[in-house]
Design a protein around this ligand. Structure first.
Ligand code: NAI
Length: 395
């Protein structure tokens, strides 16, 4: 066990309650903090339900009861007070820079001299969050995946001002947090860049998907035909997956990368239109598909459809390999094994390097063709991919 006893989880929403649950299960004292009592209470009952469920399945370990574990949980609506005895604050408040900066400063102004502020942000700069806090050396990122108790990956992110001590201690704390589906995998993220590792590597696949949607629309094809191209090899093919994630989310995420990585992330016409119409996918009952009868009729439609010959699964691997190479090139990860392992732990899917070691030459040609065809230069393979130079960067 690391030299930490008290964890403060800030924000008792979806992610905060999951983080509180695994922190309690690891044996820490946990204080759950939010802005209103009803939010803290709701978060705490979520934690309790999660732990009681495990107890009923006999999964808490010999002689450990849910009551024992819950006795280590406190609740508060005053960050100033609660932070006084915290060793680390794991922040999962709403995704707004002004709020993240403000709570970070409150933590540093009121917490002990050793307190660490670890942000679970998906898209904000860790450096910026810590910059005006008075102790940017004690600020870092701790990026969990949803649902926290089940997803194995935690990315620990080094901001520009993060000290070695803060980074190492946060890595060590992350290692102690249990996962209900296998061993935790902690990926060190050495640079504070958009998307960190896993979201970044998967990001440009969306440029390709968006382009495929627009091509299918131009050709007047049925969405099921485009999905039939996946040949049943994906847990959810492109249109179905986008409906499931939410069209608005895809548009939002693409706009974020358009601002931070490249203008080539501009969302295409099809998703822009669906978004404007409010046809956001499963959650609104309609997106690419009509979800009113559930997913089974959609699946049957895809099974019966004539493939469009547009979408190609290998192309997505090639795109990910190129982005993985950018991650290495920018010094975000030290080696490709970490990137592949992180993808498996965060996405339940193999990363591109395993197959990429043999296929990088063909895949580079494929990406050049794709860049020509789509007019998106972001697809062009970078030197590290074209030359196979990444093969020397394993660890
Ligand atoms: P959520 O909306 O479920 O919860 C946010 C909570 O923060 C709410 O309970 C809200 O009352 C509270 N809050 C707002 N201002 C606060 C303040 N000043 N002090 C204390 N609490 C405050 O949001 P969710 O989904 O749990 O996301 C939280 C963070 O985790 C965001 O930064 C998000 O980007 C990140 N994240 C979310 C993932 C997801 O799949 N939902 C995955 C990975 C990261």
């Amino acid at each position: 066990m690391v030299d930490v006893e008290n964890i403060l989880v800030l924000g008792a929403g979806l992610m905060g309650s999951g983080i509180a649950q695994v922190s309690l299960m690891a044996g820490y004292n946990v204080t759950l903090v939010d802005i209103k009592q009803e939010f803290v209470d709701k978060g705490a009952s979520g934690v309790e339900n999660g732990i009681k469920k495990l107890e009923s399945k006999g999964k808490l370990g010999e002689g450990v009861t849910a009551d024992d574990i819950m006795a280590r949980l406190s609740k508060s609506i005053s960050l100033e007070d609660a932070v006084k005895n915290a060793d680390i604050v794991i922040e999962a408040v709403v995704e707004r820079m002004d709020i993240k900066k403000q709570v970070c400063k409150t933590v540093m102004d009121n917490g002990p001299d050793h307190v660490i502020f670890a942000s679970n942000t998906s898209t904000m700069s860790i450096t910026e969050i810590g910059k005006d806090s008075g102790a940017p050396d004690r600020v870092c990122g701790m990026h969990f995946f949803n649902p926290v108790p089940l997803m194995r990956l935690i990315e620990v992110i080094r901001g520009e001002d993060t000290s070695d001590d803060t980074f190492e201690k946060t890595m060590a704390i992350a290692e102690t947090l249990p996962c209900l589906r296998g061993d935790r995998y902690i990926a060190p993220v050495l640079k504070d860049r958009p998307g960190f590792i896993v979201n970044r590597m998967n990001a440009p696949v969306q440029i390709y998907l968006s382009w495929c949607f627009d091509q299918a629309a131009k050709k007047g094809l049925d969405w099921a035909q485009l999905d039939a191209d996946a040949g049943g090899k994906m847990p959810m093919p492109p249109c179905m997956l986008t409906d499931f994630v939410g069209i608005d989310t895809m548009v939002h995420v693409m706009n974020y990368y358009k601002e931070t990585l490249s203008p080539d992330f501009e969302p295409g016409e099809t998703i822009t239109k669906l978004n404007e119409e409010g046809n956001l996918g499963q959650k609104t009952g309609k997106g690419f598909y009509d979800w009113s009868e559930g997913k089974d009729p959609i699946k049957s439609k895809i099974k019966e459809a004539e493939p469009a010959g547009l979408f190609d699964l290998f192309t997505t691997f090639a795109i990910m390999l190129n982005e993985g190479c950018r991650i290495l090139d920018e010094g975000i990860a030290s080696g490709y094994k970490i990137i592949d392992d992180a993808n498996m732990a965060g996405m339940n899917a193999p990363g591109p390097f395993g197959a990429g070691k043999k296929n990088y030459e063909d895949w580079s040609k494929l990406l050049d063709n794709l860049a020509d065809k789509t007019g998106k230069d972001y697809f062009r393979p970078i030197e590290l991919m074209k030359t196979g130079g990444f093969k020397k960067m394993r660890k």
